[in-house]
Structures are given as structure tokens and as C-alpha cells.
Design a protein around this ligand. Structure first.
Ligand code: KG4
Ligand code: ZN
Length: 347
């Protein structure tokens, strides 16, 4: 079964065709990132205007230029939230229109659940993820640890109490005069720095829950920068490395504690922050020591950051919720974006 996925929750316009939830047939992604960088962050209206402009060329390239025909597509999967209202609207309205014109079912997808399905697309994995699966979704908007008992059966074990981990990277990057998005910039700068140079706090590291807090850590970096007269390149690198170390230690150590507490078979790390190689190697080395019996999934960069391949995969595995335009025309028309969906919200 081939599903056409559409993802427009933030600044990307991405269309993919995925077979049986596991095989990527075609994937095209356009981003307005270069324009957003001039503003130092995402300007929602700029993002959605660009998405409206890119949508048709991206669709065209994903289908026609790959020699595919519309007849080969069985259903459409689309992100309905969480994300930016205007951005979600562009993708969702496109998907609804295609569903109606092509008379193909539409499958609404929760973006956060979508991230988890990057685990099923990773061609480096020898077997697909098995349940019970624990997933860490570390992105610009969320830091969630979830337990999946089966497709569609998701329990939230814990989340951040304040800033998301990716948001903290973006804010600290701004303090260090690095461009948006901050994550990749901090990772690069940190390679030249000493992760023990500054002793930043590890909030909630010893709390018994599976919750995180990143706003105090960001503030600690701010106070440190204020104390320093001249931010030399070496000091900036040391700040980046020490911040990164503190942020990842809490994420990894608390995830390992949670993994031991539940009888899981697979553990998956995903979301934009999971593109970070330092995090990936820390995650793997802790897991090998602490939970050697658990199968690990750390999808590659191209699958970890926002894209439509995992939306199509999630749509395949959760297709019970599909809206068939032949019978549900009215429901299809009324489907709206939801910018504040939670990871546990089923559609
Ligand atoms: O999942 P994603 O692409 O979009 C959201 O759904 O939020 O995540 C974007 C976030 C941004 O905060 C960005 O700074 C962060 O992921 N990020 C990284 C890295 N690459 C992207 N954070 C740390 N290290 C990276 N290499
Ligand atoms: Zn995302």
C-alpha cells in the first residue's frame, strides 16, 4: 500500500510516498530556513506564505518527476498538529482537496507520533521496532518520553515542565551569537570546547519522575555569559560544550532510568535534537551499559528532523482513523488543524 504523506507543521514543505509504512519511494522537501535565518527564528506568516508557494512544485516533483501516477497512491496522510496554525493549514487544506478530487482516503496524523515512526523507516535497522517500545521525542517544541504498547496505544511517561530541549539549544545559540536553528550550530561549536569547563545545573536529574526542565539551564548560561567581559572563541566553545553536556546528561540518564523501570523491548530516540551525533553516541554508550537487552533505534539525521516520510509511515500504521471522501465528505470538510495536540492525542 502506497501512502502520500504531507508535512508542513513548521517551516518545511515536505511530500513523500512510502510503501507499507517502511519503504521510501519518493521524498521531496523545501524549506524557508534561509529566509527565516535573516529574522533569527521562525516568523509564522513568512513560513506559511512560503509553504503555499512551494506546495505545488514539491507535490509535482514527489509524484510526476519520480514517474509515479496518482492511481498508484492508495491514501493520503497529513499532519494536523501540533505546529504553527498557518503552516498546518497549508498542508491540511492541500491534503483535503487532493483526497476529495482523487477520491482517496485521508489519514490525519499527530506530528509527534509521526516522529516515532521514523524508527520503521530506518534501513540500517535489522528488524523493525518491537512493542513495548519507549520513545524519546526531543524536538524544538517537545521533550516527551512515551511508552507504546502497540500502534495507537500510547502512554505519556514524562515531559519537560518548561522549555523543550531544542528550544533551549535555540535560545542558548542566540546568547552565543549563533544563527537559527541553534542545535546544529551548538553541536559544531561544542566540538572545540571542554564539556567540563562550566559546571551548569542538571535540573531534576535526581527527581523520581520522568520529567525534565531546561529553562533554568538556559538562564544559567545567560548569567555565565554576563559575568564574562570578553567572549573569546574558546570561551564560547566551552560554554556550548558545557551546556550541551548538561542538557544531554539529564535526558539520557533519566531515559535510562525509565527504560529500566518498564519492561521494554525497544528504545527509540527521535526528533530534531536526535540529529545531534554527540547525543546519539552518548545515548548508545549509556544504553549498551545500562540496558544491553533492549534494541536501540536512532534514525539518521534525514529521518530525525521534520519530514513527510514518517507522516506517511504513521498514516499506514494508524489508518483505522482514515476519512473516506466517498462516505465522509462532511467530516473531511470539517477537519481542522490543531496547533496544540499532545503526543497522547489520538486522531
Ligand atoms: O523535530 P524538529 O525538526 O522540529 C520540531 O518539531 O520542533 O526539531 C527542531 C529542533 C530545533 O530546536 C533545532 O535547534 C534542534 O531540533 N536541532 C538540534 C540539532 N539539529 C536540530 N539540536 C541539537 N543538535 C542538533 N544537531
Ligand atoms: Zn518535529
Amino acid at each position: 500500500m502506497k501512502i502520500l504523506g504531507i508535512e508542513t507543521s513548521c517551516d518545511e514543505t515536505s511530500v513523500a510516498i512510502v510503501e507499507d509504512g517502511t519503504k521510501i519511494i519518493s521524498h521531496v522537501l523545501a524549506t524557508s530556513l534561509e529566509i527565516q535565518q535573516q529574522y533569527g527564528g521562525i516568523v509564522p506568516e513568512v513560513a506559511s506564505r512560503k509553504q503555499a508557494e512551494y506546495m505545488i512544485p514539491v507535490l509535482h516533483e514527489a509524484i510526476k518527476k519520480r514517474g509515479l501516477t496518482i492511481d498508484e497512491i492508495d491514501a493520503i496522510g497529513v499532519t494536523v498538529g501540533p505546529g504553527l496554525m498557518g503552516s498546518l493549514m497549508v498542508g491540511l487544506e492541500t491534503a483535503k482537496t487532493l483526497s476529495y478530487i482523487w477520491q482517496k482516503p485521508l489519514i490525519p496524523v499527530n506530528h509527534l507520533i509521526g516522529h516515532i515512526y521514523s524508527g520503521w523507516l530506518d534501513s540500517n535497522a535489522t528488524i523493525p521496532p518491537q512493542f513495548p517500545l519507549m520513545a524519546v521525542v526531543a524536538s524544538g517544541g517537545h521533550t516527551d518520553v512515551v511508552l507504546m504498547h502497540d500502534h495507537g496505544q500510547i502512554e505519556l511517561l514524562g515531559a519537560t515542565r518548561d522549555d523543550a530541549i531544542g528550544e533551549a539549544f535555540d535560545k542558548v545559540a542566540r546568547l552565543l551569537d549563533l544563527p537559527y536553528p541553534g542545535g546544529p550550530q551548538i553541536e559544531k561549536l561544542a566540538q572545540q570546547g571542554d564539556p567540563r569547563a562550566f559546571d551548569f545545573p542538571r535540573p531534576l536529574l535526581h527527581s523520581q519522575d520522568i520529567e525534565f526542565s531546561y529553562s533554568g539551564l538556559k538562564t544559567a548560561v545567560l548569567y555565565e555569559t554576563k559575568k564574562i567581559d570578553t567572549l573569546t572563541d574558546q570561551i564560547r566553545a566551552d560554554l556550548a560544550a558545557s551546556f550541551q553536556q548538561a542538557a544531554f546528561e539529564t535526558l539520557v540518564i533519566k531515559t535510562m532510568q525509565a527504560a529500566k523501570r518498564f519492561d521494554i523491548t525497544s528504545l527509540l530516540l527521535t526528533g530534531g535534537v536526535a540529529a545531534n551525533q554527540y547525543l546519539k553516541s552518548m545515548f548508545i554508550s549509556y544504553a549498551q551499559k545500562e540496558i544491553p537487552h533492549v534494541q536501540l533505534y536512532t534514525p539518521p539525521l534525514s529521518l530525525a528532523t521534520d519530514n513527510a516520510t514518517y507522516i506517511a509511515a504513521a498514516a499506514y500504521f494508524t489508518q483505522k482513523a482514515s476519512l473516506d471522501p466517498k462516505i465522509n465528505e462532511q467530516q473531511l470538510a470539517e477537519l481542522e488543524p490543531n496547533p496544540s495536540l499532545l503526543v497522547t492525542d489520538q486522531l
